[in-house]
Design a binder for this molecule. Structure first.
Ligand code: DC
Length: 219
């Protein structure tokens, strides 16, 4: 099986991260969660109290941004100014802010090289919103992973360590984020023309990965 870049795009909660992890393990390559980059930007904007709607301030902030993926035990971990912030970027507040700031073309441009540089040095599975359409238009294989909204909300609810949120709140947040991510002008969430869409609503992770492997083998 020969491939360089596999892309998996899709809406929030469709199972992209779980599937990317399992697929990359089977393929013996790394997987890159590009949502973590947008979450890291949102986290820094929030903790440094940056007025990101002020263009000059945003530009100055972006020029100081220091995001790097480093390999830790077979996994790429994102560091912001050398600090592992993985445990701080998954809150509902950061999810919503990441969705809002990711609509800004300056933010997207600032993260482009970080994503493409990883692909220079190794084969990888990249997951996000615009992997197949913008960041890696020449990827070896492109997937668009979808699932029913209620099922996505339930999966997110089950992932929460303590059920401190109502499943219907999670459903509303996912709906808002999907709408923002799909309707923005810059690199909106949509399948690439040559992407294969897989509906994971009634499939196990293994079934999704198996379907992907079959497609990758034929490519
Ligand atoms: O995949 P995620 O839920 O961690 O992503 C958080 C937000 O980041 C998502 O709502 C939109 C944005 N994002 C993006 O615009 N482009 C990507 N390639 C990945 C994420």
């Amino acid at each position: 099986m020969s491939f360089k870049i596999i892309t998996i795009d899709g809406p929030a909660g469709a199972g992209k991260t779980t599937v990317s992890k399992a697929l990359s393990k089977k393929l013996g390559c790394v997987y890159v969660d590009t949502g973590a980059l947008y979450r890291a930007v949102a986290y820094e904007i929030h903790s440094q109290k940056i007025d990101w709607e002020d263009d000059d301030r945003l530009e100055r902030f972006l020029s100081t941004l220091d995001l790097n993926f480093v390999m830790k035990k077979d996994t790429l971990v994102l560091l912001s100014s050398g600090k592992d912030i993985s445990g701080l970027i998954r809150t509902p507040q950061i999810s919503m802010l990441a969705s809002s700031v990711s609509a800004n073309p300056k933010v997207r441009a600032a993260l482009l090289d970080t994503q493409r540089n990883i692909a220079e040095s190794q084969p990888a599975v990249f997951e996000g919103r615009d992997m197949g359409t913008v960041v890696f238009p020449d990827a070896s294989c492109k997937f668009f992973l979808v699932a029913d909204l209620k099922i996505r909300a339930r999966r997110r609810y089950d992932e929460l360590p303590a059920a401190n949120q109502d499943v219907s709140d999670i459903e509303n947040q996912i709906k808002t984020r999907d709408s923002q991510d799909s309707n923005r002008k810059s690199a909106p969430l949509k399948p690439a023309a040559d992407a294969v869409t897989i509906d994971s609503s009634n499939l196990t992770v293994d079934q999704v990965v198996e379907e992907m492997i079959q497609i990758i083998e034929k490519a």
